[in-house]
Design a protein around this ligand. Structure first.
Ligand code: ADP
Ligand code: MG
Length: 327
């Protein structure tokens, strides 16, 4: 009996000295939002180093794609170029543009990487956001400076066919940054982690031997609509009309634009996409936000890897057949 107690005690002391796995958390300001890194590990120093490297990879994506600030990149060079002038896009930009154009086609035009002029006119991003909508005349003029048919690839680069056309990767580059950050963590041996970029995230592995539990935000209330459980590498991305918006004469104006009308899309309040790839999830959350829900749902049901949750314009929840919401 005495021996048992003594053995038990020494076991306790021994385990107390071993570092045990716990959440290592760090927050950075990247991609215009707070990015929270959580790594479940027993090696805190190595995790902090991995988080630094992941953050650097994400910063590089921001610098490569941003249309703001003083950093030079090939997106800005293309946007400033004249009609017919050939601009060589950086390798990552060309890859993402090709991916964006494919999703443009698959989404029947709902996702459009050529909306730069229109996004600038609405001015939801940047240093001095607008507080009232632009005139219909300005919107129809800006619409003429958009459209995937107005860019073309030629030997040595890309050209625009109409003056003022600008590329904008705001609906997809955050996903790419998340994918790159996650791949750095994985490469450095951290397989249980979350990168959360303002609600858009990549979840790696499980949380110890339990699944991660991820809450989905309610678009109109300060509480979750429900939650999902995740135990393998999965990204969850939401596009919502509550992220960047203003009210004007009783109407909500926000930053996700319908490429057909030039006005903020009004079919949904939020769309959450679950997919193994954050770049794909980011672009599709924007596309599905624009599409009318039955049409979007039909598209999603043909893509087996993607699961989607909508809150429609009236605040009603809908989901694709593979989406498992817990309440
Ligand atoms: P967030 O970046 O707030 O998470 P989204 O991923 O939905 O939201 O992207 C919105 C951004 O994408 C806008 O700020 C704009 O830069 C760009 N954008 C707006 N409408 C579209 C669209 N129909 N297709 C592609 N990009 C868009
Ligand atoms: Mg998006």
């Amino acid at each position: 009996m005495r021996l048992d107690i003594a053995l038990g005690l020494s076991f306790l002391l021994l385990t107390a000295c071993q570092p045990s796995a716990h959440n290592v958390k760090e927050t950075r300001f990247l991609l215009g939002t707070l990015v929270e890194f959580t790594v479940f590990t027993d090696n805190e120093d190595a995790a902090l180093d991995a988080i630094n490297q992941a953050a650097q990879a994400m910063q590089k994506v921001e610098d490569t794609f941003t249309t703001f600030g003083s950093v030079k990149n090939s997106v800005k060079a293309f946007n400033q170029a004249k009609v017919g002038q050939t601009v060589k896009l950086e390798h990552d930009v060309e890859l993402l543009l090709v991916k964006a154009l494919k999703i443009h086609q698959q989404s029947q035009g709902a996702f459009d990487p050529t909306l730069g002029a229109l996004n600038e006119l609405w001015a939801f991003s940047g240093e001095s956001p607008a507080s009232s909508p632009p005139s219909p005349l300005k919107i129809s003029r800006a619409l003429q400076q958009t459209g995937v048919q107005n860019i073309e690839q030629s030997k040595g680069g890309w050209q625009k066919k109409v003056a003022g056309l600008k590329l904008d990767f705001g609906g997809i580059a955050k996903g790419l940054a998340i994918d790159k950050g996650a791949s750095v963590l994985r490469k450095l041996g951290f397989s249980q982690a979350i990168i959360n970029a303002g609600g858009d995230m990549m979840v790696l592995g499980s949380h110890g031997n339990k699944p991660w539990r991820i809450a989905i935000r309610h678009p109109r209330q300060d509480k979750p609509v429900g939650w999902v459980t995740i135990d393998k590498d999965t990204s969850i991305v939401t596009s919502g009309d509550y992220e960047r918006f203003y009210m004007y004469q009783g109407r909500r104006y926000h930053h996700i634009l319908d490429p057909e009308t030039g006005y903020p899309a009004r079919k949904s309040q939020s769309v959450t996409v679950v997919d193994s790839n954050a770049t794909v999830a980011d672009a599709w959350s924007t596309a599905l936000f624009v599409l009318d829900i039955p049409n979007g749902k039909r598209m999603v049901e043909t893509m087996q890897s993607m699961h989607v949750f909508w809150v429609n314009a009236q605040g009603k929840s809908l989901q694709s057949s593979g989406f498992k919401l817990h309440q």
